[in-house]
Design a binder for this molecule. Structure first.
Ligand code: NDP
Length: 447
């Protein structure tokens, strides 16, 4: 598997100790592959058991979430919080509410979060949480009941200086509001324990936009370095949630034409460029399915099934839905159709085989932990504003986000080049993110 025997041993233990968690294995394997030259150059890491410690979460919490639905039936979901690594700051990472959530998904996301958070240059450790609860089709009252029950247990484990969760799939402003209300009631304190809060109670301007905007800032910098740009480019974006919507907004502002968006049922293709105001109304206000778009724009097409979106010819692809949504076949079609850049808004949306197709096909490839770090970076800016009890303007936050994304791109590029892998931003991001965490862990001794 790896040339390095130490890393081989660690990987074997990860698989043995965490059976039936393929997404977690996939995330660890990808990072360890990139770290091979670093481990060879730094034998002190092996001596300190650094990698064994890095792949084992500091704490895993699972809990029962009982609640009563609108018909009076008792429902029971499972809640998770994985506090993966606090070497460089309090645990930080989103909460995902989706029926596919189980411990392996939360561990893969929490592990990725360690390096992503480090890459932002801000003092935040890695964590992730969530539940197999599905907010789709639930009333506001049911979502509130669930969020209150979830937070009743979670509140025992988090805190503004300990662990600061945020949103992710299925957790937006409404859910954060209900959870914050419950935390405040239980603790009788008004602290920045969650990010992605509403603007009336401690939220940061530009947090809603941050992941999608940041993705485009990263992509823009990567394109510029290769003598290309968004200007006049055809862009395909999967998903139609928070990340996809604001990636569409910024890609369009930078001169691109976004022709497709999707949800977990299917995708729309609008050759004139998608009408973002209509999408926002459908998804953010009415919480409807993407297929409704063709009722507003009959000249657009709707197709059932998600993966077909990657058959639409485009210059730039921004996967912003979920993990493993681009497989080898989809990647090959994208390359064949002339796609020259892929940047990941979602977490781990490309399978390892798809990444290989992009890299060997000469496609500029921005991996999630670098390209989508703008969300958590702005969450950290929200934490700073909460600590100061002060708010920056939209322009101030956006300018900081822009600088952070440009730095993430440059640090990833430079780290890749330093270890002889120029142009491989997957390796560069992993190495650049790892170094700071490794230094801090070495300084803390065996803990
Ligand atoms: P949302 O819940 O707002 O939107 C998710 C979108 O992806 C929806 O359109 C959803 O469709 C679609 N989707 C979800 N699961 C699947 C699936 N199994 N197959 C196809 N489509 C699916 O989530 P976000 O936009 O916040 O998150 C999207 C991705 O970005 C995730 O990978 C998340 O981890 C990542 N991310 C998010 C950040 C943030 O700040 N929000 C920060 C960094 C990364 P449907 O409505 O049908 O479920």
């Amino acid at each position: 598997m790896f040339k390095n025997a130490y890393l081989n041993g660690v990987m074997e233990t990860v698989i043995k100790r965490n059976p039936a968690e393929p997404e977690f294995h996939q995330a660890v394997r990808e990072v360890l592959e990139s770290l091979e030259p670093v481990i060879e150059a730094h034998p002190e890491y092996e001596k300190a058991g650094l990698i064994e410690r890095l792949v084992e979460p500091e704490r895993v919490i699972t809990f029962r979430v009982p609640w009563v639905d609108d018909k009076g039936n008792v429902q029971v979901n499972r809640g998770f919080r994985v506090q993966f690594n606090s070497a460089i700051g309090p645990y930080k990472g989103g909460l995902r509410f989706h029926p596919s959530v189980y411990l392996g998904i939360i561990k893969f996301l929490g592990f990725e979060q360690i390096f992503k958070n480090s890459l932002t240059g801000l003092p935040i450790g890695g964590g992730k949480g969530g539940s197999d609860f599905d907010p789709k089709g639930k009333s506001d009252n049911e979502v509130m009941k669930f969020c209150q029950s979830f937070m009743t247990e979670l509140s025992k484990h988090i805190g503004a200086d300990t662990d600061v969760p945020a949103g992710d799939i299925g957790v937006g402003g409404r859910e954060i509001g209900y959870m914050y209300g419950q935390y405040k009631r239980l603790r009788n304190e008004f602290t920045g324990v969650l990010t992605g809060k509403g603007l009336t109670y401690g939220g940061s301007l530009a947090r809603t936009e941050a992941t999608g905007y940041g993705l485009c800032y990263f992509t823009d910098e990567m394109l510029k370095d290769a003598g290309k740009s968004f200007e006049g480019a055809t862009v395909v974006i999967s998903g139609s949630g928070n990340v996809a919507i604001y990636a569409t907004e910024k890609a369009t502002a930078l001169g691109g034409k976004v022709v497709a968006l999707s949800d977990s049922n299917g995708y729309i293709y609008d050759k004139n460029g998608v009408d973002l105001a209509a999408i926002k109304q459908l998804k953010e206000v009415e919480r409807k399915r993407i297929k409704e778009y063709v009722n507003i724009h009959p000249e657009a097409e709707y197709h059932e099934g998600c993966s077909g979106i990657w058959t639409i010819p485009c210059d730039i692809a921004l996967p912003c839905a979920t993990q493993n949504e681009i497989n080898k076949e989809s990647a090959e079609i994208l390359v064949k159709n002339g796609c020259f850049a892929v940047a990941e808004g979602a977490n781990m949306p490309s399978t390892p085989e798809a990444v290989e197709v992009f890299q060997s096909g000469g496609v500029l490839f921005g991996p999630a932990k670098a390209a989508n770090a703008g969300g958590v970076a702005t969450s950290a800016l929200e934490m700073s504003q909460n600590s100061m009890r002060y708010s920056w303007t939209f322009e101030e936050v956006d300018a900081k986000l822009h600088d952070i994304m440009v730095n993430i791109y440059r640090n990833s590029r430079d780290a890749a080049a330093e270890y002889g892998m120029a142009g491989n931003f997957v390796a560069g991001a992993n190495i650049a993110g790892f170094k700071k965490v490794a230094d801090a862990m070495m300084a803390h001794g065996i803990v």
